[in-house]
Design a binder for this molecule. Sequence first.
Ligand code: B12
Ligand code: SF4
Ligand code: SF4
Length: 349
Amino acid sequence: MMPQAPFSPTVPDDVAGIFDALGLTLLGIADAMPDAAATARYQAWLQAGRHGDMVWMERHAVGKYDPSQILPGCRSVLVTGLSYYQPGACGVGQGRIARYAWGRDYHRVLGNRLRRAARQLTDRYPQDRFKGYTDALPLDERYYACAGGAGFIGRNTLLIHSALGSWFVIGEILSARHWPATPLREPRHGACPTGCRKCLDVCPTGALTDFGEIDASRCISYLTIENKGPIPAEYRKAVGAWLFGCDLCQEVCPFQLRKQVTTERDFLAWRAGPGVSPSEILAMDEDAFAARFAGTPIMRTGLWRMQRNACIVAGNLQDAQSLPALHRMRIGADLILREHAAWALAQYT
Ligand code: B12
Ligand code: SF4
Ligand code: SF4
């Protein structure tokens, strides 16, 4: 059972006007309650090493399920979502780029707008404090979005909204002013159809568990974007053609039939686009990399990690154009890249 949409969280017209004018859709409002049980679950997740080398996630434990640790006196979390969906397949015959990264970095697109909204709210209610951001602070954004009635968390661990599927990024305004919380529509967590296992079955690395949790250290998104070291040998074949991120557990989800094509010009105007050939990445120096990917989420991952990924993708695709660069890299100065290039060359038959 999906929560029904559309619905309107209760905010005064002038506040709704701030969101509308900035092209933001207010999806729901949650009370900024701390949740000790969720904190304990998160601690257990960390202790199991599910976060790989994302050590910053350990520092985030304090504010993950307690917004007042981020904004003292926080009473409400105003949740917004921005669709990045546009039709098309990720890189056919090339290195695949996850859909959220085809255009401009959402941290800028959505983050800038939320900061502006927070400033405007401060102008209107100078006695209160507001903080607007996306994916930049400890808060578990899906948890508070779910608590604010904006959707449910699926077995792929993503927030699914009745009109957007999961093809949207989440941002929020932490508010010291209290707003009426959006009435909760059950069910909240894990409201997938009973027998559906499509996301679990499609995941090439077995990163999703039956309990609606992710082992991030196995997720291709982690392995190609966040992981700072080598890609473990056991996952290299499974990475397939994913050069940056992975969308498989979203692509198969039946709730993705409910999606809205984004109207954001910053997302529609491709910078990275759906596919990049591994040979192009392997041939790049820092200047070429910056010229090609400035303003995209790929920029933050950096050339070294992208070249590491490109070796794996080139090997898996047996990409003939990458051969000269792989041979050069195999005898290059960087030991990790050397080893990845050697692995790639061993895949050619
Ligand atoms: C770290 C991180 C990652 C990691 C871990 C992913 C993950 N699922 O947590 C990696 C690098 C793998 C990753 C990948 C991706 N990410 Co990411 N990521 C984050 C980040 C920064 C933190 C998430 C986090 O804290 N995870 C911690 C784990 C422990 O949370 P969890 O899996 O939900 O586990 C908890 C629940 O299961 C809960 N739980 C278990 N049982 C129960 C029962 C009940 C009743 C309840 C209430 C809770 C509960 O307890 C667990 C422990 O706390 C958020 C931004 C943010 N600050 O929230 C973005 C975020 C989750 N990512 C996002 C995106 C878009 C992606 C990718 C799609 C990118 C891509 N295409 O490659 C993939 C998707 C992979 C996937 N299936 O999740 C979006 C998701 C948008 C949405 N619609 O849901 C977010 C919200 C960023 C944003 N601002 O939009 N990401
Ligand atoms: S993003 Fe890819 S690797 Fe990660 S859980 Fe989903 S299907 Fe598995
Ligand atoms: S694919 Fe099925 S199990 Fe996975 S999130 Fe979607 S509905 Fe839930």
